[in-house]
Design a protein around this ligand. Structure first.
Ligand code: AMP
Ligand code: FE
Ligand code: FE
Ligand code: ZN
Length: 284
């Protein structure tokens, strides 16, 4: 088991990161990471490229995904590792989410276009075929048009969920998410569960259901979790026997988060690898 840093939450341009999986894996290897997980939103399309790029680096690549779920009005992100990428339910459900995201992005752009010069083609130009579309791609188009300075500025204004242009998109419930990940041989970890704002803390009653469905852990060390929230997550982990992870949620230049700014212990990685049976981690 590697003693070098372990980062289990990163994004490539398959979703809203700014690097190809190859560039991302090379950067992680050059920084000396012992293990990383590629966790693009609602897509496994980057896995093979990430494995190939890791060859000869000595770094472990854990195949993963950040699954979108909705708990009523709240968006809840669920990290999924080592599941079968060909599982019929996962394939169908992620396709449905990506399609919902595409149409939702069109609706957001329609609304923004009433007030700012912006077209759908401007947004498509910021992504490639098959990309899991999100507000970050709209942000990039707004930056290129000169309406905002960078992605963060876009999220604080036009793209804020209370900014007047926000739209929701289809996603399964958190419980359905855990059930489908576990049924596909995967390991489910609740992503950044204690942040401010729209991604509000998951309630304890919901958590209890997820634990019963086989939830493995909580992402504790993440820059968006509040200090109070982290204390609460530690209590919940002790109470329900959940593992605690830490990760960067790196998006390349798309966010200030840096690779391995938060990490997971080798002991927790070992348990995660033992739990996942739907696919294998790649030893580079
Ligand atoms: P969406 O999934 O389309 O609702 O957009 C949310 C995504 O935008 C999250 O997954 C984040 O990766 C990204 N995001 C959220 N806030 C920011 C920010 N301030 N700067 C850059 N990206 C952000
Ligand atoms: Fe993201
Ligand atoms: Fe997230
Ligand atoms: Zn993420």
């Amino acid at each position: 088991m590697p003693e070098r840093p372990i980062d289990l939450h990163t994004h490539s341009a398959v979703s809203d990161g700014t690097q190809t999986p190859t560039q991302l894996v090379r950067e992680a290897a050059s920084l000396g990471l012992g293990a990383m997980a590629l966790t693009d939103h609602d897509s496994t399309a980057g896995w093979q490229e990430a494995f190939t790029a890791a060859e000869g680096t000595g770094m472990l690549v854990v195949p993963g995904m950040e699954l979108s779920t909705n708990d009523g009005p709240a968006s809840v992100h669920m990290l999924a590792y080592l599941f079968d990428p060909l599982d019929a339910t996962i394939v169908a459900e992620t396709a449905r989410i990506r399609d919902g995201r595409l149409h939702r992005a069109e609706r957001i752009v329609e609304k923004i276009a009433r007030d700012y010069e912006l077209t759908w083609d401007d947004v498509l130009a910021e992504s490639s075929d098959g990309t899991t579309l999100g507000r970050p791609h709209i942000a990039d188009a707004l930056v290129r048009k000169g309406h905002v300075a960078n992605r963060s500025a876009a999220f604080e204004s036009i793209l804020h969920w209370r900014g007047g242009y926000y739209e929701k998109y289809y996603a399964p419930s958190p419980l359905e998410g855990v059930q489908m990940i576990v049924a596909a041989g995967g390991v489910a970890v609740l992503a950044h569960p204690a942040t401010h704002g729209r991604y509000r803390p998951a309630s304890e009653s919901m958590l209890r259901q997820l634990v019963d469905a086989g939830l493995f852990g909580l992402e504790l060390d993440h820059r968006d979790n509040t200090d109070d929230g982290k204390a609460w997550l530690r209590e919940l982990a002790a109470k329900y026997g959940l593992e605690l992870t830490g990760a960067s949620d790196y998006h390349g230049e798309g966010k200030p988060n840096r690779l391995a700014e938060n990490t997971t212990s080798p002991e927790v990685l070992e348990k995660l690898l033992a739990r996942g049976t739907g696919s294998a981690a790649f030893v580079g």
